[in-house]
Design a protein around this ligand. Sequence first.
Ligand SMILES: [Zn+2]
Ligand SMILES: [Zn+2]
Length: 116
Amino acid sequence: MYIPKKYGQSKVDSCPFCNKQATTTNKEGFPVCIAHKDALFDDMKCVCGKPLESRTGKYGKFFLCEDCGPISVKKVLEFNPIKKLEPKSSSAYEDHRPSEKPKEFIVRSDDPRFFS
Ligand SMILES: [Zn+2]
Ligand SMILES: [Zn+2]
């Protein structure tokens, strides 16, 4: 049995949740982008209603239904709700205090009225 080595891969995996370039893998081993690192493919169901098992094959991850056979991750996501994890945003914690600008009257020494 010939097992292809992993070097020289030209295929770039895309995140199944957002189609961005997958730069990491989640806990289940799916290639995902960094924003979906904690997203999981649990409770995925087949079109026939049976629970799907995730498997790793020659071409990467896929799902297996005991009735329908192997189904691609992309296909599974077409009929399964995706548990989206929103990337953490720091802008929600922005400070909304009104800017405190003291309304002072400053007499500048170069004001001609001051010296006249
Ligand atoms: Zn993503
Ligand atoms: Zn099925």
